[in-house]
Design a protein around this ligand. Sequence first.
Ligand SMILES: Cc1ncc(COP(=O)(O)O)c(C=O)c1O
Length: 398
Amino acid sequence: MNRDDFPILETGIIYFDNGATTMKPKCVVDKVVEYYTEYTSNAHRGDYDTSLRVDKEYESVRTKVKNLINAARDEEIVFTKGTTESLNTIVFGYMQKILKKNDEVLISKSEHASNVLPWMILKEKIGIEVKYVDLDENYAVTVENVKRAITDKTKVISLAHVTNVIGDIRDIVEIGKIAKENNILFVVDAAQSIGHVKIDVQKANIDFLGFSAHKMLGPTGIGVLYGKYELLNETDTLEYGGGMNAFFESDCSYELKEVPWKFEAGTQNIAGVIGMGRAIDYILKIGLDKIHEHELELKKYAVSELKKVPNIKIYNENTDSGIIAFNIDKVFSQDTAIFLNRFNICVRSGNHCAKILKDEIGITNTCRASFYVYNTKEEVDKLIEALKRQDEVYDNIV
Ligand SMILES: Cc1ncc(COP(=O)(O)O)c(C=O)c1O
């Protein structure tokens, strides 16, 4: 699917590390280069043509993001460095103000560090309780288990839409409904789902959400914090400086700009924002349903082929995204990844920043192959061929 749009693939690389970051289509790179070569200027600061063009392009991306996730208004979209900054802003800009000692925040043991550590730090700061939803036999979060984990102290449910090792897709519409019925705030980490499956923040009653552009064919260093307008208004920015203030005086009086601009202190990643806009156009042109279908087909194919290879353990064969976590029996995952690199195959190895998942799956490190639009069955065949040569894993490794 659309391989010609990705010049890097001409090098022969077999890139199965899309959970970490994705390749960039030429149109995204061109759009970024266009900004740098044709109209470089700062945003929201100039009165000349190139600057006005920047403002128009930059703000138009807010609308594109709003439409992508079906937010109610442009002002609910804040540009951040990525998911990590978005989640930190939610936790320390809002939750720290409204949560109290012993309030419970519900997460799961398969969350990424950026949806775990901020909560742990908040526990340390103000004494909230961090609780974990039980995972089912496929290491997935079910609606039933979420219901069961809720107590009268639960104030927040914060979950990834799709997890980055197990790849289970959480039923965010149902979970959002339960959260609303119980007067619980619902935070969604969309790092692994944006650009892979549809997200409708209004339908799922999501209060806050974060994602990164680099995981959906866009540039690095740019992402989004979504928040319901009234909640963003109550959220403190974590940074102060130029561009985000309405005025400040020598007597220390000041006023910040309105949402979302109060969150965008200093010169922003303008090229990143513009590139992210182009990535959104590109993804929507293919269609999210088609992308998801393609990834699932690749996953099913890969799982059935992997099962024919001796000594392979798959940890998540029953989840519905394009992520496969596996190991060769008795081989350290990093050794497998280094071995696969000999065949120009890129997989991720390690704990994938999901460091407490080991409590559930009983192992710290796995290899992860994660698929995206440009991957093919032929590439999966090459992975299988390489894994069949597993006896050679330790040749050439010093
Ligand atoms: C589920 C999940 N959440 C959050 C993140 C953090 O994203 P970023 O490093 O772009 O901030 C990742 C990155 O791998 C992820 O997979």
